[in-house]
Ligand binder design. Structure first.
Ligand SMILES: [Zn+2]
Ligand SMILES: [Zn+2]
Length: 263
């Protein structure tokens, strides 16, 4: 069979809710993974319907950490539909839920998870959550890296983003817009701190450390509505992502972005 074998899209991206769909086709079998489920159940159903899917089309849900814009309705979804739900033990503890859904499974830094045709490689990041994990997804020698909600660069993070074909990269804020914003000082310190969110210039450093000839697709994600703008993101990343590589897709809070096929 010809055509793309690994593709991804977003149901929405930002501090009001995140959900990234990853799809792998192998023969007549399609594997679908939802990374983060930061919407109410009805909203999730509506957003899945926009791309022609229903929740029972999902083979698994992976929750990166317990913050509401990522964990959202994931546990309720697992209870309702019995979908396999992966997260770290720390994330589960931090959610403070009483009853473990039968489909809950543990994810851990460095331990590969097989979901149908997809191999998932979780890795630890610096973020103010109990045990946050971000992900590489591999299928048929193609690799997508997903990195949001990280406060700083670590050697471990950089090592995990090598050899990618596509990268979804948090570009949360512009430092000067955050500094000048009406946010209280404590919130500014949290967002801009080592365990917070990636500033555009830090995202650019990460990109520079993992860009290579084979990296063909770049998505800027989790943008702050108040403290960032797509033009500032593009300007920041331009040093590491020259124009000849194609446009940078900027993920939207409401619309996410459409399918990107990794050929
Ligand atoms: Zn977030
Ligand atoms: Zn977070």
């Amino acid at each position: 069979m010809s055509g793309p074998v690994l593709r991804f899209c977003s149901l929405g991206s930002g501090s009001s809710g995140n959900g990234t769909l990853v799809e792998a086709v192998a023969g007549d079998r399609t594997t679908r993974l939802l990374i983060d489920c930061g919407f109410a159940l009805r909203e999730l159903d509506a957003r899945l319907a926009r791309v022609g899917l229903a929740s029972n089309d999902l083979d698994a849900v992976f929750v990166t950490h317990e913050h509401g814009d990522h964990a959202g309705s994931a546990v309720a979804l697992a209870r309702r539909d019995g979908i396999p739900l992966w997260m770290s033990r720390g994330t589960w503890r931090a959610l403070g839920e009483q009853d473990r859904p039968p489909s809950l499974r543990w994810a851990r830094d460095g331990e590969t998870i097989e979901v149908g045709a997809l191999s998932l490689h979780p890795f630890t990041v610096a973020h103010d959550a109990e045990e946050p994990l971000q992900l590489r997804c591999r299928h048929a020698r193609r690799q997508l890296g997903v990195l949001t909600d990280a406060g700083s660069i670590t050697p471990h993070l950089i090592a995990n983003l090598q050899g990618l074909d596509a990268l979804l990269l948090e570009c949360n804020h512009d430092r000067s817009l955050l500094e000048a914003s009406r946010y209280p000082p404590s919130l500014k310190a949290r967002i801009g701190g080592r365990w917070g969110h990636l500033a555009n210039d830090t995202a650019a450093e990460i990109l520079a450390a993992c860009v290579h000839e084979g990296l063909r697709h770049l998505v800027a994600a989790h943008l702050s509505r108040e403290n960032n703008r797509p033009d500032l993101v593009r300007a920041s990343l331009a040093g590491a992502w020259h124009a000849g590589r194609g446009d940078i897709v900027v993920a939207d809070q409401e619309l996410g972005f459409g399918w990107i096929a990794i050929g």
